[in-house]
Each structure stands twice: as C-alpha cells, then as structure tokens.
Design a protein around this ligand. Structure first.
Ligand code: ACO
Ligand code: LMR
Length: 272
C-alpha cells in the first residue's frame, strides 16, 4: 500500500512543479508579460487573496502602491535606510532597517485604522463617542494625524486616493464615516487629518465589502496584518531608491551632530 509521508509545509498560493510556475493557478507568463494587460495589482490579488479582482480593485491596489512608494528622505524609514547604507551595509541590510520602522506611528497604522474605524461604524458610534472610546483604549486613533500635513497643507495623496474611490468604487460607506470623524478631530487640532495610512485602511475595507467579502474574512485580513503589507511593498521601492542614492553619491559614514543632542547624564548612584 502507498505510504503517505506527512507534509511539513502546505502551500495554497503558487506551484512550481510544472513546466511553468503558477500564481493561484495562472502561469506566470499569463500575468507577467505586457500583452496580458495585467499589472502588480493582479499579481497581488492572486498571491495574497487567491482571487481575480476586477480592474477597479487591482487598479486601486496599484494606485496605493504607487502613492506610498516614497515620501522623501526625512521620514523614519528612509532615514534609517540612508544611515545604514552610509555605514557600508548592503541593499538588503539597509532596506530592512528602513522597513523595521514601519509600525503604529509610521506607515503601519493601516490595519489599526481599518480595525478601529470599522468597529466604530459597525457599532454606530458617533464621532464623539468614537473619540471617547479611543481615549479609553489609550492609543492615538490610527490613521489620524500627521507631522507636517494639515487642513492648511493638505495631503494630496489622500485627495488622490479619495478621488480614485469616488470615481471607481461602487460606494464608500466607511470612508464617508471616517470623514465625519476627521471633521471632529480637525476641529480640535488642524493636523489631526485623516492621513494616508487611515485613508488606505478604510478604503480597503470599502473595497473588500464591495467585492463581497464577509465581515469575518475582512477581520481576518486586518488581524493578520494584510493592510500594512501594502505600505511595506510600496515603500520598499522608495527605501531601495534612497539606498542606491547613497551608494551612487558615495556618502561617508554618518555621525549625528553632537550639538543636536541634549546630553543629560547623571552619575549613577550605588544601590545599597
Ligand atoms: N488621535 C488622537 N490624538 C492625536 C492623534 C491621534 N491619532 N495624533 C496626535 N494626537 C494629539 C496628541 O494626543 C497630542 O495632543 P496634546 O497636544 O493634547 O498632548 C497632539 O495631538 C500632538 O501629538 P503628537 O504625538 O506630538 O503629534 P505628532 O504631530 O508628532 O504625531 C503622528 C504625528 C505620529 C502621525 C500622530 O498623529 C499619530 O500617532 N497618529 C496615529 C498613527 C498614524 O496614523 N500614523 C501614520 C501616519 S501617516 C504615515 O506614516 C505614512
Ligand atoms: C510618509 O508617507 O512617510 C509620511 O506620511 C510620514 C511623513 O512624516 O511624511
């Protein structure tokens, strides 16, 4: 009798056993070559979601990736990547130091924004009740606030994503709700705008609802960190650009100017 050896790994997304490897059942050439009309959004919909998304959704995914690809050299991740490159490290080493800054404050508030705004909308919280709820949670509202962008200096990436949704999404109920929250937060402080992370997280929920996903499936995407992954993929493009820039410019090792550091060291007391 045939003895089946237990498998140590399971793979449900791609298969490299045939003549041509496949992404969710589609030969690579059927999505990779230009005449197929397929883009990175299609590749992501196959490899991350194992579905063929309609054009408006794959184009939204691509719009997100292009939109977050870079935001200059001063942001946490680009800064880390540049400093690491200047310490003589490789592209991959410098890239991961940049990626490691992506989290609840920088670029990685997307899952959190989706989670909390969805919770508030599902439970019919008014914006004031939502702010109160978040105060209880003891965390800043993910997806709200920006260091330099504000009502007076709007983030045109956010405007671009919202325009895309207005023109291409069947409906945007969660975004509509989030904008009522933004109206309240910006009335308190003008930089408490719905930021690019928040807009992406909220619009992804609207996208998935329009695609017919159940609430359980959407919650699972959020819990597993799927939404931050869009920022990770997109911003990798920019970080690599900054690392290559450093290498081309042959910049010396970086040392932070000491006059920009407040040295406040006390002599350590002995513990009896
Ligand atoms: N929710 C509620 N209150 C907030 C929020 C928020 N999201 N962000 C700032 N505030 C309040 C602070 O409590 C503080 O109030 P206080 O003056 O009464 O103490 C005031 O606004 C200033 O707070 P700072 O932390 O100094 O704000 P800063 O402008 O430095 O922070 C940041 C910007 C880190 C983005 C912040 O707004 C935040 O943590 N937002 C949530 C996380 C997030 O969405 N990050 C993604 C940003 S977009 C991107 O990285 C691509
Ligand atoms: C970004 O996209 O990196 C930002 O929105 C953060 C920033 O401070 O510019």
């Amino acid at each position: 009798p045939k003895v089946r050896r237990p498998k140590q790994f399971i793979c449900t997304i791609s298969d490299d056993r045939g003549e041509e490897a496949t992404y969710a059942g589609f030969p690579i050439s059927s999505v990779a070559t230009p005449d197929t009309g397929k883009g990175i959004g299609d590749v992501i919909s196959l490899l991350w979601f194992k579905k063929q998304y309609p054009k408006w959704a794959t184009e939204f995914i691509e719009t997100v990736i292009k939109t977050v690809a870079d935001h200059g050299p001063a942001v946490s991740g680009a800064h880390n990547a540049k400093v690491t490159a200047r310490a003589g490290k490789s592209v991959v080493e410098a890239l991961v130091t940049g990626l490691l800054t992506i989290g609840p404050r920088f670029g990685g508030a997307i899952d959190g924004a989706a989670k909390y705004f969805k919770y508030a909308d599902d439970n019919d919280l008014t914006p004031a009740e939502f702010l109160n709820y978040m105060k209880g949670e003891g965390v800043p509202i993910p997806g709200i606030g920006h260091r330099i962008k504000s009502l007076k200096n709007p983030d045109l990436r956010v405007t671009g994503l919202m325009n895309f949704a207005a023109e291409n999404f069947p409906a945007t109920p969660l975004l509509d709700y989030a904008r009522t929250v933004e109206a309240l937060t910006t009335s308190k402080k003008e930089n408490l705008i719905l930021n690019v992370d928040g807009t992406i997280g909220i619009l992804m929920v609207d996208m998935w609802r329009a695609l017919g996903y159940s609430e359980e499936e959407i919650n699972e995407f959020i819990e597993s960190g799927t939404l931050n992954a869009f920022f990770i993929v997109g911003r990798s493009i920019g970080f690599i650009g900054h690392v290559l820039d450093e290498k081309r410019l042959a910049m010396p090792m970086y040392r932070h100017p000491m006059d920009d550091i407040l040295y406040d060291v006390q002599k350590a007391e002995p513990i009896a």
